[in-house]
Ligand binder design. Sequence first.
Ligand code: ATP
Ligand code: MG
Length: 328
Amino acid sequence: MKERILTGDRITGKLNFGHYVGSLKNRVELQTQYETYLLLADVQALTTHFEQPDLIQENLRQVALDYLSAGIDPDQATIFIQSLIPEIAELTIYFSMFVTVNSLRHNPTIKAEATERGYQEMYYGFLGYPVSQAADITFCKATLVPVGEDQVPHIEQTRKIVRRFNQLYKPVLVEPKPLVGDVPRLVGLDGNHKMSKSLGNAIYLDSTPEEVREKIKKATTDPARIHKTDIGHPEICPVYAYHQVFRKEGSDEIYESCKKGQIGCVECKRSISQSINDLLEPMRERRSLYKNDPKKVDEMLMSGTAKARQVAKETMQEIREAMSMNYF
Ligand code: ATP
Ligand code: MG
């Protein structure tokens, strides 16, 4: 039997290149090797967006299209909707009995995200989302979780939950490992934060060639460089970071000529826009195929969700039995 992958995305907006290099690329590469489950995390999106359920409705199919256009094959991978698997919510409750509030408060990603969002006080659901994520991963007994760097503390928390559960009750669950992509944290166009759906600093996977060029044109560069001949500091420039990530070759030359003040930002931006557009071209083709067939996408979501639900029911039976909660 193949080992399983479980990973997913919060449905807070369409996907960008941070998601692609952090996780999605690995999912595409591994989908034939692992039985792959991809979760459209609508419930987890609510932890920060409970006032905007419409946003989730709007983006659900968009994220599914992002997966398909990036090369996820619906005959290989199972794409499903989190809120339609009530067993995940049930498992979250059971786990929450033995996870301490302190361990969540000290989770570095929770801390960083709470600060970023200006939370003085934390909502119960937000503080507890790593517990819900542990339920996402364990309901299908996934062993591998392709994620960006910010998610590593959550996988560690999942591993602890699994060990505790197995020790308290019966060894039903398996410990997963994170798989961080080639680029653990892609910087956003602002040059400051990670490229993120919520921060408005992203290049989206559904961009037109013109949108890519416009976004790159406006990207922050080395502020000390005013004239082309000024000496550059590529190490702090997001555009150089993109050269490293998206060019097949030649980023060392870009580094050297920026350092020596031989290449200007305009030229540097033009060439990276081209590389990004080359990468997007096959994605655009796949996207238009699926976009023209919305019924097929809906059928895929329904059958993926039904398959995941079946797995969840089987695991939940084992869980209830392990916890002596199989009454009849
Ligand atoms: P939000 O701001 O709403 O939380 P997000 O952009 O952080 O959105 P998530 O849905 O939380 O996206 O993350 C989905 C996956 O993509 C996670 O595995 C995360 O680590 C990864 N990821 C997100 N942004 C980046 C990035 N800039 N670089 C690398 N990986 C990333
Ligand atoms: Mg996030």
